[in-house]
Design a binder for this molecule. Structure first.
Ligand SMILES: [Zn+2]
Length: 129
């Protein structure tokens, strides 16, 4: 079983070919002697960025600029889902930073929206004319 942290600091080591038994570098997709697929390298393919994480940041940023709750709420939901998806991907998905940024920008946007609504409530809509 791969632990959750298997994608961090993988030591450069070797694996044994399941066909001929020779030692080959872990990152090699095919055995250098018999050419059989090692099958182990799949997990170490360059990880893809979670589409959900990208969607999270886009929704939050768009929501931020148009001052509207929907974008930010979607951004926060996508952000939490993306982080779950990334944690469960065993290193095949990245973008946790994007997802976290989406969540943070989403919450800041919601706070600003509430602030703007509060200012509107205090000073009236005339402030924005
Ligand atoms: Zn082999």
């Amino acid at each position: 079983m791969e632990s959750e942290n298997s994608n961090n600091n993988i030591p450069s080591s070797t694996i044994f070919c399941s066909n001929c038994g020779i030692q080959i570098p872990k990152e090699t997709p095919y055995c250098i002697k018999c050419g059989v697929s090692t099958g182990k390298t799949f997990i170490y393919e360059s990880p893809k960025t979670s589409g959900m994480a990208i969607a999270s940041l886009i929704c939050s940023v768009v929501g931020f600029f148009i001052c509207f709750f929907v974008g930010q709420i979607l951004g926060i939901i996508f952000g939490y889902q993306a982080r779950k998806e990334i944690q469960e991907s065993q290193g095949r998905l990245t973008g946790e930073g994007l997802a976290t940024a989406g969540i943070i920008v989403g919450w800041i946007g919601i706070a600003l929206d509430i602030l703007i609504i509060a200012i509107w409530g205090l000073f009236g809509f005339g402030l924005y004319i």
